[in-house]
Design a protein around this ligand. Sequence first.
Ligand SMILES: [Zn+2]
Length: 79
Amino acid sequence: MDCEELFFILSDYFDQELEMELHDEMEEHIKTCCYCEFLFDTFSKTLELCSEMEQLEVSPEVHLRIIQLIRIEIENDTR
Ligand SMILES: [Zn+2]
């Protein structure tokens, strides 16, 4: 699995809609990639915050939006 792949399935992971195999591959990748580790961390914290603020289900669109924002931030950081 590469970072791009992980990026696409990240929201499924949190929805627990991932196949076991992908799920494991993803966790494996996160252990070895600091970029994705950070992405994963930030994403899960953001979701936590969202669910604390309102008991609303976070839509896939919002998931994607969050990931994109995090991504831009990381890219700006590393430049
Ligand atoms: Zn990665």
